[in-house]
Design a protein around this ligand. Structure first.
Ligand code: GLU
Length: 463
């Protein structure tokens, strides 16, 4: 690797809850930064004001706090390269848009949405590029006086990147090797819109990565098609020498491997796809989170680390510190990683078994003040998901070797870290008919208790 100081960034757009795939991207950036003694930057990419969702930024910050992924600089962390929220960097982008206009690498276009639609009707597979730009209303086709007059008149315009056709653009990707794309398939991307005086993602991303001295761009595969355009932008600015290295991470796939894991899959298949519970301020919809579902942050981290990367042997349980030592971008797979939720449960089980009773109970008894570190106390919050509760009771039994009974959070006696109780009638009040058969009967639980006591005690002694 080059001598350059490692500086990586996680750059979410605050458009809603942070998808678990985004958490994995941040985790890989974190592992890479820590391993190389580098910096991890938290940048908010909020140039698309239409997609802004209030509360999303705070949600993302809280998620990383819970997971124990610490940033060195960025929104809410400070640093010398700010501001780190793109909407606060307008003037910086304007300056760089002008640089491209002055050097003839970009041009101003006045085509209205209606005019663009008309072109699309006229030319099948219309693309705004070298083959069509000279038939459009832009600063390449209109006299300078007219362009100036239109701008002075307040006419809305965009700035487009002037891509030279027929050039093979090479992108070196640490995970995928050499990726080559011919520039003729790229369109003259919009870099800036006068309507909101904001750049688009592409321009802001390149300018920020350059000014923030980002050394490696580690992000999801969905951004790979944009990488050649980004390479061309670095060159247009004369920044090719300090261009970051790229690593595009494999997609997280649905459990059956058929397509990308979407936000909807969680509801459909009954597992969280978000780190924390999310209350959508627009729709009022509530989506479950790993924290509220009783997952320990270290289990989530370990599970995610292995979705798209492996240490080269069959070791599965790894702490964050071990992951920092072992992580290697070269060992990331190119193929998408199936989201195996059963495996996620297994990790949580393993981590719960390692904990003391007090830690499993969470909150004050675990020595934390906030009680937001996972654990049963955190998990059991009405409305209770019955399967999840049974899952916790099961592990709690294994752990303690006793039949401990669990209360819903509100009813936990303040000073009790050992005994949690959920009366059977509580189950019946909170579960659908179909679920009743899944309840452990008193008899079974009693028998299990005997069987588990010995193993449980041994485990406790070891711990
Ligand atoms: N704002 C982009 C996102 O939401 C960041 C992409 C990148 O890392 O370049 O994923």
């Amino acid at each position: 690797m080059s001598e350059r100081k490692v500086r990586v960034r996680f750059a979410p757009s605050p458009t809603g809850a942070l998808h678990i795939g985004g958490v994995r991207t941040a985790l890989y950036n974190y592992l890479f930064a820590r391993q190389h003694g580098g910096d991890l930057i938290f940048r908010i990419e909020d140039t698309d004001s239409n997609r802004f969702v209030p509360g999303a930024e705070e949600y993302i910050i809280e998620s990383f706090k819970w997971l124990g992924i610490n940033f060195d600089e960025g929104v809410s962390f400070g640093g010398n390269y700010g501001p780190y929220r793109q909407s606060e960097r307008r003037d910086i982008y304007k300056k760089y848009v002008q640089v491209l206009l002055d050097s003839g690498k970009a041009y101003i276009a006045f085509d209205t949405p209606a005019e663009l639609d008309a072109k699309r009707q006229e030319i099948s597979n219309f693309q705004y590029d070298a083959s069509t730009r000279m038939s459009m209303r832009n600063s390449l086709t209109l006299p300078k006086e007219e362009v100036d007059a239109l701008i002075a008149d307040g006419k809305q315009y965009v700035v487009r990147f002037k891509i030279e056709p027929n050039e093979d653009v090479h992108v070196h990707d640490i995970i995928r090797g050499e990726v080559v794309i011919n520039s003729s398939i790229l369109d003259d991307k919009v870099l800036y819109k006068s309507a909101d005086e904001l750049p688009t993602y592409h321009l802001a991303n390149i300018v920020d990565d350059h000014l923030m001295e980002v050394s490696h761009v580690i992000r999801g595969e969905e951004w790979l098609p944009s990488a050649p355009l980004h390479v061309l932008l670095y060159r247009a600015f004369g920044w090719a020498d300090t261009m970051p290295e790229f690593a595009h991470l494999p997609l997280l796939l649905k459990p059956d491997g058929n397509g990308k894991l979407s936000k909807r899959d969680g509801d459909r298949l009954g597992f969280p796809v978000f780190p924390l519970e999310w209350h959508d301020p627009k729709t009022g919809e509530v989506s479950s989170g790993y924290r509220e579902s009783g997952y320990l942050p270290e289990a989530v981290i370990n599970f995610l680390a292995l979705l798209g990367w492996n240490p080269g042997n069959d070791q599965e349980l790894m702490s964050l510190d071990e992951l920092v030592k072992l992580f290697d971008l070269h060992r990331c797979s190119k193929a998408g990683a199936k989201f195996d939720f059963e495996k996620g449960k297994w990790f949580n089980h393993e981590y719960i078994l390692k904990k003391s009773n007090e830690e499993v109970a969470g909150g004050r008894h675990a020595g934390t003040s906030s009680g937001t570190d996972g654990g049963i106390r955190n998990a059991v919050r009405p409305p209770v998901d019955i399967h999840h509760l049974l899952f916790l009771i099961h592990y709690d039994q294994q752990l303690s070797g006793q039949r401990r009974i669990i209360f819903p959070l509100e009813q936990v006696p303040r000073n009790s870290s050992r005994f949690f109780k959920i009366p059977r009638h509580f189950f019946y009040r909170n579960m659908g008919r179909g679920d009743r058969g899944k309840l452990p009967s008193r008899g079974t639980a009693g028998r299990k208790q005997k069987r588990n006591t010995q193993a449980g005690n041994q485990r406790m002694e070891k711990g």
